[in-house]
Ligand binder design. Structure first.
Ligand code: TYD
Ligand code: MG
Length: 442
């Protein structure tokens, strides 16, 4: 008789090891390896390859959900048989978004099943009423049993399944809910059902505050699409970024605003982000940032005030603190703008986080503008990375960024010397270093 094939899987990181050891060779967790049986080779022996040219390419067309920004981010909508993971911090609005998607598709006549292991049927009904979602014929299953939920899906074979969340559904045979083994089992079960019955499936996954996908990270390779739902809970803006996509380009982005009646698609995100802007005040400038593939105009603000503290405060909101420190040093050393005794506050307005070094020039200009008490002209944006020597460096996709600025009525842009020709409607003001940029403000 053939020996049974086994492996050892780590409960912490999900990796495999050929034999048991006290410590996982991948993540170093102690006593986390569990023996698992591998499925035996198929009884029929060798599987038969197919000629690729003879395989039909039809099917797999995305079905619009009617939620504009979700459809935009996913390249048209949800593909039948595809599995999409929507990952985000607790409270960011995942359940709200997916309830809206489920309701929209149900209202369009699709058979929809919402599996909730977090909220009761009554809670979901109240939320649907609150946001005015037409629940139509949508079915709901409030359960924490993975096997029960999977059986219901296999029986009813809906066109859309929403699972909220992979961390709270559990199979009692696999131990505590939320463990890596449980989260994987949950995803594997719904992936198998999706492929077998051609069900578009949306899985909710919670991530921790630090931004690591605790649990969901081990799912990234199991699912077809991974969306990260982000935002600042104290602001209305929510961004759905598609970080992996088997059915279209990744890097696409949907922008929403959380309001009294759920999430609203924000088609013109730049207009929305600049709605409250008060031009003409010192310390503010607009930066064309690129979120994924989508250009977005973000207001950068700075405030400089004499410090009463021994160590002046440096507060960065939505801006990388290290970049702020660097720009303050460059302003002092290379642009004659010493802020060493001042408290400095800098922020990207609207609860967005800008990680790109391409916003350096705008942050530098906002700081200088605040320090000098001179307003940046209304029609000016700034885009460039600033190096340690104060030099302004190239950024990717400058044309796309400037075209967006031109569309919103900006007429001039501070850009690096080597920048390509500016698109129609906006003039490139080339600057070699931050000092030159500051000089244009004086
Ligand atoms: P929720 O979808 O429950 O978040 P998640 O599933 O990601 O944990 O959203 C919760 C937050 O959204 C909650 O703080 C209340 C807020 N909210 C609104 O502001 N407006 C609304 O219409 C709804 C339904 C929720
Ligand atoms: Mg939720």
């Amino acid at each position: 008789m053939a020996r049974e094939r086994t492996t050892h899987r780590c409960e912490q990181c999900g990796s495999h090891a050929p034999r048991w050891t006290g410590r996982c060779p991948h993540c170093g967790a102690w006593n986390a390896l569990r023996e698992e049986r591998l499925s035996p080779p198929p009884p029929g022996g060798m599987p038969e390859p197919v000629v690729l040219a003879a395989v039909g390419a039809q099917g797999g067309d995305p079905r619009p959900t009617g939620i504009g920004e979700l459809d935009r981010a996913l390249g048209g909508g949800l593909v039948p048989g595809s599995v999409t993971l929507v990952a985000g911090e607790p409270g960011i609005g995942k359940s709200t978004l997916l309830l809206q998607v489920a309701a929209a598709l149900a209202a369009a006549g699709a058979r929809v099943l919402l599996v909730s292991a977090e909220e009761s049927a009554e809670q979901i009904r109240r939320r649907a009423d609150r946001i005015g979602a037409p629940v139509g014929q949508m079915s709901l299953l409030a359960t924490t049993s993975l096997t029960g939920a999977a059986a219901a899906v296999a029986h009813h074979r809906p066109e859309l399944v929403v699972v909220d969340s992979v961390q709270t559904l559990a199979d009692p045979a696999l131990g505590a809910a939320g463990s890596v083994a449980q989260v994987r089992a949950c995803a594997e079960a719904f992936v198998a059902l999706a492929k077998q019955h051609d069900i578009a499936t949306l899985l909710v996954g919670h991530v921790t505050k630090e931004g690591t996908l605790a649990g969901p990270r081990v799912l990234e390779h199991l699912v077809d699409t991974v969306c990260s739902f982000e935002g600042d809970r104290h602001h209305a803006v929510r961004v759905l970024a598609v970080v992996k996509h088997r059915f279209g380009p990744s890097g696409e982005l949907g922008v929403f605003a959380m309001g009294e009646r759920g999430l609203e698609s924000v088609a013109d995100a730049s207009a929305y982000m600049l709605a409250d802007r008060r031009p003409g005040a010192p310390g503010t400038i607009v930066a064309p940032v690129l979120e994924g593939r989508r250009p977005l105009l973000v207001e950068i603000q700075a405030l400089v005030a004499r410090s009463v503290l021994g160590t002046p405060r440096r507060v960065a909101q939505g801006i990388v603190p290290g970049r702020l420190a660097l720009l303050l040093a460059v302003l002092e050393r290379h642009a004659g703008c010493a802020l060493g005794t001042m408290d400095v506050f800098a922020s990207a307005v609207g609860g967005v986080r800008v990680h790109e070094p391409a916003t350096d020039l705008a942050v530098g200009c906002a700081l200088a503008s605040a320090a000098l008490g001179i307003a940046v002209p209304d029609d000016l944006v700034a885009c460039g990375e600033v190096g340690l020597g104060g030099e302004v460096r190239q950024v990717a996709h400058l044309e796309r960024r400037l075209a967006e600025a031109a569309r919103r009525g900006f007429r001039r842009a501070l850009v690096p010397c080597g920048a390509p020709t500016a698109p129609a409607g906006i003039e490139a003001v080339r600057v070699g270093d931050l000092a030159e940029a500051v000089a244009t403000l004086r």
